[in-house]
Write a protein that binds this ligand. Structure first.
Ligand code: 3PG
Length: 398
C-alpha cells in the first residue's frame, strides 16, 4: 500500500479505521474473518514503527456504552492474530483513550472502545460529527482508512476524521476496490450474479444496476418469495415484502426486454416453522409454485441448486451476495453450499460479497483460497456495484 502521503510513519501516532464488526455469541467471536482481514495493514504500520491506534465499531449501539457491544474481546483476538500485545482503551476519545495512546511505544498497537458509543460518530448533525472527529483527530498524527465494510457510511471515524489529518487508503480498502472495479469495468463474460438474503428492498439498487450489466441473475434466499408471489404463486408463511411486488414484476419484465436471464428456484425446501433450537426441523421439498399455506420456504430445493450450479459453470465472472437459505441450520444449508461449491470451480473471477455470504462459506467449511476474493463489505460492496459514491472513498480521493 502507498502511505507516502503520510511521510515516514516511524514514531507517529497513526489512527487506523478498521471494520472489526464481527458476529459474537456472548463474548465469543463466531467468525473472525474481518479481524484477520484487518491484520496486514496494522502489522505493516507497526513494522514501520508507527504507534497504531485502531478505531472501529461493533453492532449498532445507540451512542452510549453497552457491554454487549464492547470491542474488548475483539481487541484480544486481534492481539492473538498479530502475535503482540494490544492495549485496550475503555472509552473512545476520553481519558482512557488519551492515556492509552500516550503510553504507546513505536510499533505498538492499541484498540479504542466501540466508536459508536459516542453519539457524534453516527450523528446526522454535521457539527456534532465534526466535534467528535476533532477529538479523534487529536489522538493521532495521521489517518489510514482500512474499514472497507464501512466506507459507505458518512460517519466521523470514516469520513470527517480524514478531513482533519494527513490520510491514506489502507491495503484492505485498496484490494477490495481493485476487485470490485474488475466487476464493473468490462467483466469477462458470462458474468453471473447470485443474490440471496432476506430482503429484496436491500437489493433494489444493485438489481437495477446489474440488469444492464450481468448476463444472468440467480435469485435465492428469503427475497425469492416476493418474486414468486409477483409471478402469481402463493408462498404460504414465507418471508414476503408486499410493497415490493410491483418492483419485482417490473424487474422480471425488464430482464426479458434486455435479454438478461433471471433464474428463480423451481423447488423450495419448506418447513412449518422457522428453525429454532427447541424443534427438530422437518424439511420437505415442494415445487416453487406449490408452497403449502401452513409452510415457509427456508432454502432453494435440490433441482434449483443443480440448475444454479449449471448456470454458474461456464461463468468467467461471478459476484455472489446473500445466502440461499437458512444455512446456519444443516437441513436448510444445501442451496448455499451448492452455490459456494460452484463458485470454487469458476474459471475466472469469483467474488463473495458481504458479511453473511462470507460467514457462510467459512461456516460451511470451505477453503477461503478456493474463491477469487471474499469481500469484508456487505452494504459497501453492494453500494459500490450500484454505482453509488462511497463517502469514505471519496474523501480520500478529493
Ligand atoms: C457491516 O456489517 O456491513 C459493516 O460493519 C457496517 O455496519 P453498519 O451497517 O452497522 O454500518
Amino acid at each position: 500500500s502507498d502511505y507516502s502521503t503520510l511521510g515516514d510513519v516511524a514514531g507517529k501516532r497513526v489512527l487506523v479505521r478498521s471494520d472489526l464488526n464481527v458476529p459474537l455469541d456472548g463474548s465469543t467471536i463466531t467468525d473472525d474473518g474481518r479481524i484477520r482481514a484487518s491484520v496486514p495493514t496494522i502489522r505493516e504500520l507497526a513494522a514501520a514503527g508507527a504507534r497504531v491506534v485502531v478505531t472501529a465499531h461493533l453492532g449498532r449501539p445507540k451512542g452510549a456504552p453497552e457491554d454487549r457491544y464492547s470491542l474488548r474481546p475483539v481487541a484480544a483476538r486481534l492481539g492473538e492474530l498479530l502475535g503482540q500485545d494490544v492495549a485496550f482503551a475503555t472509552d473512545t476519545v476520553g481519558e482512557s483513550a488519551q492515556a492509552t495512546v500516550a503510553g504507546l511505544a513505536d510499533g505498538q498497537v492499541a484498540v479504542l472502545e466501540n466508536v459508536r458509543f459516542n453519539p457524534g460518530e453516527t450523528s446526522k448533525d454535521e457539527s456534532e460529527r465534526a466535534a467528535f472527529a476533532d477529538q479523534l483527530a487529536a489522538l493521532a498524527d495521521a489517518f489510514v482508512s482500512d474499514g472497507f465494510g464501512v466506507v459507505h457510511r458518512k460517519q466521523a471515524s470514516v469520513y470527517d476524521v480524514a478531513l482533519r489529518l494527513p490520510h491514506a487508503m489502507g491495503q484492505l480498502v485498496a484490494t477490495e476496490i481493485g476487485v470490485l472495479r474488475r466487476l464493473t469495468e468490462e467483466p469477462a463474460r458470462p458474468y453471473v450474479v447470485v443474490l440471496g438474503g432476506s430482503k429484496v428492498s436491500d437489493k433494489l439498487g444493485v438489481i437495477d444496476n446489474l440488469l444492464g450489466k450481468a448476463d444472468r441473475l440467480l435469485i435465492g434466499g428469503g427475497m425469492v418469495f416476493t418474486f414468486l408471489k409477483a409471478q402469481g404463486h402463493e408462498v404460504g408463511k414465507s418471508l414476503l415484502e408486499d410493497d415490493q411486488l410491483d418492483v419485482c414484476r417490473a424487474y422480471l419484465e425488464r430482464a426479458q426486454q434486455t435479454g438478461v436471464e433471471i433464474l428463480l428456484p423451481t423447488d423450495i425446501v419448506v418447513d412449518t416453522a422457522f428453525p429454532n433450537g427447541d424443534r427438530t426441523p422437518e424439511p420437505r421439498v415442494v415445487p416453487a409454485g406449490e408452497i403449502p399455506a401452513d409452510a415457509l420456504g427456508l432454502d432453494i430445493g435440490p433441482d434449483s441448486a443443480a440448475a444454479f450450479a449449471a448456470a454458474l459453470a461456464d461463468a468467467h465472472t461471478v459476484f455472489w451476495n446473500g445466502p440461499m437459505g437458512v444455512f446456519e441450520v444443516d437441513a436448510f444449508a444445501a442451496g448455499t453450499r451448492a452455490v459456494a461449491e460452484a463458485l470454487t470451480k469458476i474459471d475466472g473471477l469469483s467474488v463473495v460479497g458481504g458479511g453473511d455470504s462470507a460467514a457462510a462459506v467459512r461456516a460451511l467449511g470451505f477453503d477461503e483460497a478456493a474463491f477469487g476474493h471474499i469481500s469484508t463489505g456487505g452494504g459497501a460492496s453492494l453500494e459500490y456495484l450500484e454505482g453509488k459514491t462511497l463517502p469514505g472513498i471519496q474523501v480520500l480521493e478529493d
